[in-house]
Design a binder for this molecule. Structure first.
Ligand code: F6P
Length: 340
């Protein structure tokens, strides 16, 4: 039996969410990683940028010197940025097999005896190492609170115009959004609360009824969602299990699924029909701060975009846009807070 056959037997038996890495003395120089439901990222060092979009069936062909130096497995992109910017977001049921320095990817299917071989392209991480350093702060949460004038600026950069907003991620879907019979905000914890704070803007500027769902509660109730509705998923990480399960549920029901997340390349941003990145920069503190404020701003911008065809609310939209534009300067007092 080969190592990958052993792992596939394990996967056949497993239920629920997992991200696993296998090593065995019986298979020296081999390592296998697989996942279902949970996040698993493979970082690859020594892959030059110009090669990054090439097929990723055999990593040897992507390296300059014929063999890659290092591989990193992580549940979070922030953890690999110090080592490499080239990564692969492993999909459910993929088997990453590293053997003697080369990588192959297989797709496991419970129904089939033999897995299919898969080709994937590496992505390039858009994050700088400084983002994961505390700098002069004692705690990441302190740093992130102080960063808000800047994170609000990056959230709105290039998106606010004098009399409207430009949200490239929604452009193709605005008509469907406007026709929605209901907008459902779905999230957990702080992200849910950000949506709750933004709900009045959406109702006021779009006239569309908005309901709120804590992801786990929606799933417990198997609450009704219809194809004429829009489900907006809010998640800083884009990886919260309940939020992703609720996304699968809403996709099955045929609703338009929109993601609002801080994490480029996250499962939420890959699986939704469309969405907006909040661009707040890496948030490491567990209690959400700068992501919360940026989420509210993004949802206000979504409301402005959907409602932009309504003449009667134009003065109100313009005054909201003026307010949003001045947010980085009106929150600048945060910089005077003591760092400690
Ligand atoms: O916004 P995310 O990444 O989906 O995370 C949600 C979780 O994070 C928190 O907002 C803060 O840790 C929790 O309240 C919540 O359970």
């Amino acid at each position: 039996m080969t190592f990958s056959q052993v792992v596939m037997e394990v996967m056949r038996q497993l239920e629920g969410a997992y991200a696993l890495i296998f090593k065995s003395p019986h298979y020296p120089n081999e390592l296998i990683a697989c996942k279902r439901g949970s996040t698993l990222i493979l970082g690859v060092n020594e892959v030059s940028d110009q090669n990054s979009a090439k097929s990723f069936q055999n990593v040897k062909s992507l390296t300059t010197n014929g063999s890659p130096r290092e591989f990193f497995f992580s549940s979070d992109l922030c953890a690999i940025v110090e080592h490499t910017k080239n990564y692969l977001a492993i999909e459910d049921n993929e088997i990453i097999h590293i053997k003697d320095g080369s990588v192959s990817i297989l797709k496991f299917d419970k129904e089939k005896e033999k897995p299919a071989s898969v080709q994937r392209a590496l992505s390039v991480l858009e994050m700088e190492v400084e983002q994961i350093k505390k700098g002069s702060y004692d705690h990441f949460m302190q740093k992130e609170i102080h960063e808000q004038p800047h994170s609000l600026t990056t959230t709105m950069r290039g998106r606010l115009k004098d009399s409207g907003v430009v949200l490239g991620g929604l452009k193709e879907h605005l008509k469907t959004l406007r026709r929605s019979r209901r907008v459902i905000f779905i999230g957990c914890g702080t992200s849910y609360n950000a949506a709750l704070a933004a709900r009045p803007f959406v109702e006021e500027l779009t006239g569309i009824p908005v309901t709120m769902e804590v992801a786990s509660d929606l799933l417990d109730r198997q609450g009704p969602i219809y194809r004429e509705e829009t489900a907006v998923f809010v998640s800083q990480s884009g990886e919260t299990a309940d939020t992703l399960l609720a996304l699968e549920y809403a996709l099955e029901k045929g609703a338009l699924c929109v993601g609002v997340t801080n994490t480029v390349g996250s499962t939420l941003s890959r699986k939704t029909h469309c969405g907006i990145h909040i661009n707040a920069g890496c948030e490491i503190g567990v209690a959400s701060t700068k992501a919360y404020t940026s989420q509210i701003v993004v949802m206000a911008m979504i409301a402005l975009a959907i409602g932009s065809d309504q003449l009667s609310t134009q003065p109100r939209r313009e005054s909201i846009i003026t307010g949003l534009s001045s947010l980085p300067s009106t929150t600048n007092w945060i910089n005077n807070l003591p760092c400690q």
